[in-house]
Design a protein around this ligand. Structure first.
Ligand code: SF4
Length: 476
């Protein structure tokens, strides 16, 4: 049976955005592991969030039922995604917004830069958004002569430090406060040269800089956590209030949203607004939940554009196993419990989506061949599945993608040889005797020889038993 058919959805295009790293995960991870400061920062930050989150989840007696409800709503959304998107478009349009459809990152960047240019603005303020990172919107805006200013504190630290985000929720998790002070002194316009590394002083410096920017910038760009199809309402949740400033002060608001963020009804929000804060920041409710429906004359932005982005999502939807990755509500709980993420940090994953969810989402958005090492960036311990508030079975998707990833020739040849040997009893018995000989020859504990040595570089090669089952059986 051929797996190719006409109209097969396209994956995210290469050369634009941040879904592909410059090197495979093992090489990048090795470098990250050699940085003790990074590991200290990560260990402290993920440990703190884990503790807070576990405490507030324990307070909710129906947490399992809430998770099941979240998973069921998302599964329903995926089953009728096209209809819900058309319903959303109609509702947003009726409320005075304009809806644009972007097949990929290139098209979305073109639409957004065109909309900003049409306003005459040369600067935009941005609400923290994963999807605009995914498509490389900041680079596209800069190339068009428009300055994007990140307003989320952690995103601002990353932007001023000319760095890359390393966590979905806490993009500067790899930085400590001394490093942040250094970045502010170096790159923040008008900063007090006597700035200390006290968190309060750092936050005040950012507030002073951002307040002026909010008041003098007429266009904002945001992502969206949810979009309600029945009413056309968009929702953004955040902790700092900077997002709300962007969503209410400017004249023009442009929202870029992955198509999977739509939910059917207003009532469904009730489930996700309970799940998300407890699983992500360990709060009982989000400090700021901003919702808007189209435009309201005389109140808030007077021009609203919604850009609905595919960028490989239809390809993910087409995979019955992998499509669960589209259920993600970007809480980052799976990152905080992952033993691999906690040691390597987010940069090692190459993509803007790090950790367990990145290991299953990025390869699907780009096509597995372009991120072939990511499905292996996991111990398959299952902690991510247990932590996920919408019960995404990440380990099963990882195993599924490993089967799809291109395998090195040496591995394929070794597997073919093993299959042939196991199919032929005499050969199999001879191989077992040979394995025992290698034990006698003193290979114990030294791993396999090249080209198979990669397999035992991080695994113990078990000693062959002194007596095989066949020999034991024959003796009786
Ligand atoms: S996969 Fe689950 S745990 Fe991970 S970020 Fe998405 S919703 Fe959160």
């Amino acid at each position: 049976m051929t797996r190719t058919f006409l109209g097969m959805p396209a994956t995210a295009p290469p050369g634009v955005g941040h879904l592909r790293g410059d090197e495979p995960f093992p090489a990048a991870a090795r470098r990250a592991l050699a940085d003790p400061q990074l590991r200290r920062n990560l260990g402290h930050a993920t440990g703190t969030i884990r503790g807070k989150s576990a405490a507030v989840i324990d307070e909710v007696p129906d947490w399992p039922q809430l998770r099941a409800a979240g998973a069921a709503i998302k599964a329903d959304v995926m089953a009728r995604l096209p209809d819900l998107l058309v319903q959303l478009e109609a509702a947003v349009t009726a409320a005075g917004g304009v809806v644009h459809w972007a097949a990929d990152a290139v098209e979305a960047n073109r639409i957004v830069t065109g909309l900003v240019a049409a306003t005459g603005a040369d600067r935009v303020i941005k609400v923290k958004s994963m999807v605009t990172q995914e498509i490389g919107l900041n680079e596209a805006l800069s190339a068009a002569g428009i300055t994007p200013v990140e307003t989320d504190l952690a995103e601002l630290i990353v932007q001023l430090g000319e760095d890359r985000p390393s966590h979905i929720l806490v993009p500067a998790i790899h930085r400590n406060r001394a490093e942040i002070r250094e970045i502010f002194l170096r790159a923040m316009p008008g900063v007090d040269p006597g700035l200390t590394d006290e968190p309060v002083a750092l936050a005040a410096a950012a507030r002073r800089y951002l307040r002026q920017t909010f008041l003098s910038t007429p266009v904002a760009v945001s992502g969206a956590n949810f979009a309600v199809a029945e009413t056309g309402t968009l929702a953004v949740v955040e902790s700092e209030g900077n997002g709300r400033m962007c969503l209410t002060l400017p004249r023009t608001l442009i929202t870029v949203m992955g198509v999977e963020k739509v939910i059917p009804t207003w009532r469904d929000l009730e489930v996700f607004l309970q799940l998300l804060p407890r699983a992500s920041t360990g709060e009982r409710m989000n400090p700021y939940t901003s919702m808007w429906t189209g435009v309201t004359p005389g109140d808030g932005p007077q021009e609203f554009h919604l850009v609905l982005l595919d960028n490989g999502r239809s390809a993910v939807l087409a995979d019955p196993v992998g499509r669960q990755a589209l259920h993600c509500i970007r809480c980052s709980a799976c990152l905080n419990v992952c033993p691999v993420y906690e040691r390597t940090g987010g940069h090692a994953y190459g993509s803007v989506y790090p950790g367990p969810i990145g290991a299953v989402l990025s390869p699907q958005l780009t096509g597995v061949a372009d991120n072939a090492s990511l499905p292996y960036a996991s111990t398959l311990c299952g902690a991510c599945y247990d932590a996920c508030p919408v019960m995404i079975d990440i380990p099963s998707i990882l195993v599924h993608l490993r089967a799809e990833a291109p395998h090195p020739r040496a591995e394929s040849a070794a597997m073919a040889a093993a299959a042939y040997t196991m199919d032929h009893p005499t050969l199999y018995a001879a191989a077992q005797r040979a394995a025992r000989l290698s034990r006698l020859a003193g290979r114990r504990g030294r791993g396999l020889p090249p080209p198979l040595s990669g397999w035992t570089a991080s695994r113990d090669l078990p000693d062959p038993p002194a007596e095989t089952f066949r020999e034991w059986w024959a003796a009786r």
